[in-house]
Structure formats: C-alpha cells, structure tokens
Design a protein around this ligand. Structure first.
Ligand SMILES: Cc1cc2nc3c(=O)[nH]c(=O)nc-3n(C[C@H](O)[C@H](O)[C@H](O)COP(=O)(O)OP(=O)(O)OC[C@H]3O[C@@H](n4cnc5c(N)ncnc54)[C@H](O)[C@@H]3O)c2cc1C
Length: 403
C-alpha cells in the first residue's frame, strides 16, 4: 500500500525474489511517485556516497544499521545502473542521476515494476485495513481487496499534497502499534523580529549551535535568510533536533556564528585590524568575513553608528559586535510545518518492527517500509536510501515467510 519510493521498490524486489507472488501496488494518487518528481529540486538526490546509521535519527542505531545492510549504498548504485539510471556524485557526497532528471528515476522504477509483472492500481485510496481469517482486507471507496501480506508504504505527513496524509499511522495504531509523536523535519524555520526580512535572500556559510540536552549540537553549512525566517541546508538539518527537543519540553537556544572562529580568535583578529585599518568602518572590515548586508545589520544591532571607525569603537561595542558575529541568538517562533517539510520525524515505532524482516511484531503478515517508520535521515539522499534499504529488507522478509 503506497506507491512512492519505498512502495515501488518493495514491489519490485518482492516480485523479483518471489516469482510466484502476485504483487499489487495500491496508491491513492492518480499518478505515482509525486515526491520523487519534486525531490532534489526536480533532480532526485537518490542516495549518498557515504551512508551509515549516524546519518539517521529516530530508531536505535543498531536497528537502522541492520536495515541499511539489506541494500547498502553501493548495491543501490549498482541497482539503479541496471535499471538504466547512472548516478554521479556532487558536493557533500550527494548522488544524482546523470541526466539530472527525477522523472528518469521514477520512470525507471515504474518500468521495472511493469517488467516484474507488478500490478499498479493508482487512484485507489485505502481507507481501512482489517485482519481477516486469512490475511488482510483493504477497504477502498469502490471495492475491498484481499491480501495475504500487506506492506504499509504510505509515507509520513510531509508535503501532504503528494498524497501522504498520515493514513498509515492510523492503520498502524488500529492494528496495535505504538506511534512515536511526529514533527516536521528538514523544514525551514520561522523567526521572531524583522532581521530576516531585511536580510531576505542573503545566503552565507555559518555554524549553528543548538543548546539542547543532553549535549549541544553543532552543524556547519549554507544558511539562507528568508522573508519569514531562515532556510538552507544547515537550517533544514538542525530543524528536526530543535523540534524534537521542544516536543520533549525543552527550550533549546539556537545560535548562529557567521564566522568559524571562537569569540577570542575574532577579538584577536579585530585587534589586528584596528592597528592596520583604524579609519575603516566596522561593517567594512566584517564584510571580509560575511555578506556585506549581514555585516551592516549586525553592526547596527550592536549599536555601532555609521560614523564609527575601528579607532573610535569602544570596547563594549566591539565585544557586542564580536558576540553577534560568533553567537547570534535566533529567536525561533516555529517551523514552517509539514507543507514545507521534506520528511517526517517520528512515526511507527521500530520497536514494533523486526529490523531483520520489516515485519510487524504485533501483526504477522504486516510490513512497514520507508518514511512511515520512526526513522528520518539528514539532508543528502539519506531518506531515499532508507526507502530502498527498507524495501529490500521487507522483500526478503516476505520471501522468507513464503518458504
Ligand atoms: C520537496 C522534497 C524534496 C525531497 N528531496 C529528497 C532528496 O532529494 N533525497 C532524499 O533522499 N529524500 C528527499 N525527500 C524525502 C523523500 O522524498 C521521502 O523520504 C521519500 O519519498 C519517502 O518515500 P515513501 O515511499 O516512504 O513515502 P512517499 O513518497 O510519501 O509515498 C507514499 C505513497 O503512499 C500513498 N498513500 C498514502 N496514503 C495512502 C492510502 N491511504 N492509500 C493508498 N495510498 C496511500 C501516497 O499517495 C504516496 O504515493 C524529499 C522530500 C520532499 C517533500
């Protein structure tokens, strides 16, 4: 059930490994794979050159590792190559199709599903699943479908316009599974105040520090000021940790450093600049380390007026400014929500699923794959890798059940 990345891959792997199986993909959407098409800016970041359990959050590292081993990254690349989709590596290890077209990834999956005699039922929304005397009964608005085995591949709540509205969670809960509360992940943030409005459209490399319990988290990467707050890879990656900490009742502080060095190192640099460029405005000097617009905003916020020079800058103003350069507090009101999120954190607890087969421990014959599970990856192709690996693990689990 569900014909996204995880559902299509599970259907293909199952049909290929179990020649007698009659495999059907049932999907509520008219056309399958909407999320694949929009992924990676329409280019689909299929996987990453280096994938380990440390790239994921949610379930235990051991369970994630077990699932990833079912289809390691190298086997994923080889599989796509066999489907006619060559992949190439870009910055941060991201692998994209050589054609740079997400459509080619989706077409290759759908073509392979057809070659493997997988039946595809689009525009068929499942509204309920019930256990029968033998197998399961899936209710749709027009008919009832019987199945010996059901794979729940309905995704999470991210980008609901693509058909993922959390139905899988309701089915899982009705069949006795624990749901880990969900939050958006890989999502832009909404900030208080108006700093972001003035800087909207400006991007720069930053370090973000999230002061959360049990230990702070430091992330480095590209940051984008937006009309409502901030976005960019480093913000998307930090968002899940901030939202999970808030869900746990914490109030974690988020600090932005526009420069890589510590407060003391920037103070020392500043002292040198003061000697060599006494008549320069502080913003002009800081602009060698960050975008001019950010430097000007931070000097203004530090109470430094237009007439100031390095020579006239008082100690307190200088320290306030260095503090703004190295630890600027971002006052996060909220995240932009599931409609702007790339993935969902939380979901069906992996404690209720055997990671060696993806079969439910609560309901034999029921399997879970992909984003519906309480596993989310960081930015860089990891969420699709989770879809492919969990699909392979489920297909093996189903084949083992049948023998
Ligand atoms: C904008 C965007 C960009 C992204 N880019 C990347 C990227 O480049 N790399 C990466 O690794 N990850 C990326 N992701 C994340 C990635 O797309 C998802 O993690 C992945 O698609 C999840 O696959 P899935 O098959 O588990 O779920 P989904 O892709 O959400 O598929 C679920 C399917 O189930 C169907 N369904 C749901 N409920 C029912 C029901 N009741 N009955 C029948 N069918 C149902 C839906 O119609 C849908 O087709 C991106 C996500 C977004 C939103």
């Amino acid at each position: 059930m569900g014909g996204g990345a995880a559902g299509l891959a599970t259907a293909i792997f199952t049909a290929r490994q179990h020649a007698d199986a009659r495999v059907t993909v049932v999907d509520g959407a008219r056309s399958l794979g909407a999320k694949i098409l929009v992924s990676g800016g329409g280019r689909c970041n299929v996987t990453n050159a280096r994938v380990t359990e440390r790239d994921f959050s949610g379930a235990s590292p051991g369970a994630i590792r077990t699932v990833l081993r079912a289809l390691p990254q190298g086997d994923t690349v080889a599989w796509f190559q066999r489907l006619g989709v060559g992949l190439h590596e870009e910055a941060l290890g991201k692998l994209f199709p050589d054609t740079n077209r997400a459509r080619d990834v989706l077409d290759a999956l759908v073509d392979e599903a057809r070659r493997a005699a997988v039946k595809i039922l689009p525009a068929t929304r499942v509204t309920a699943i019930a256990r029968g005397a033998r197998g399961f009964c899936l209710t749709t608005p027009t008919t009832e479908l019987q199945a010996d085995v059901v794979v729940v591949a309905t995704g999470g709540l991210a980008l609901p316009a693509t058909g993922s509205d959390g139905a899988g969670y309701r089915f899982a809960e009705a069949l006795g599974h624990t749901l880990v509360p969900t939050t958006p992940a890989l999502v832009p943030l909404v900030l208080e105040g108006d700093r972001h409005v003035a800087l909207s459209g400006v991007a720069h490399e930053v370090t973000l520090r999230l002061w959360q319990v049990p230990k702070p988290r430091t992330l480095v990467g590209s940051f984008l000021w937006t009309h409502v707050g901030c976005s960019g890879p480093v913000v998307l990656d930090v968002s899940r940790h901030l939202l999970r900490a808030r869900l746990e009742g914490q109030s974690p502080a988020l600090m932005l450093a526009s420069v890589g060095e510590s407060f003391d190192a920037i103070e020392a640099w500043w002292a040198l600049e003061q000697q060599f460029r006494p008549r320069a405005h502080p913003a002009t000097v800081a602009a060698s380390r960050m975008p001019r617009a950010v430097a000007e905003r931070l000097t203004a916020e530090s109470g430094i007026d237009d007439m100031a020079t390095l020579a006239t800058l008082g100690r307190e103003s200088r320290r306030r400014f260095v503090h703004a350069m190295t630890a600027l507090a971002l006052d996060v009101r909220d995240a932009r929500g599931y409609t702007h999120a790339e993935v969902t954190a939380g979901g069906v607890s992996m404690a209720d699923v055997d990671p060696a087969t993806m079969q439910s421990r609560r309901c034999p014959g029921l399997f879970f794959v992909g984003e519906v599970l309480d596993v989310d990856g960081r930015l860089g192709g990891f969420n699709f890798q989770w879809a492919w690996s969990s699909a392979m693990q489920a297909a093996r689990g189903i084949a083992r059940m049948a023998t």
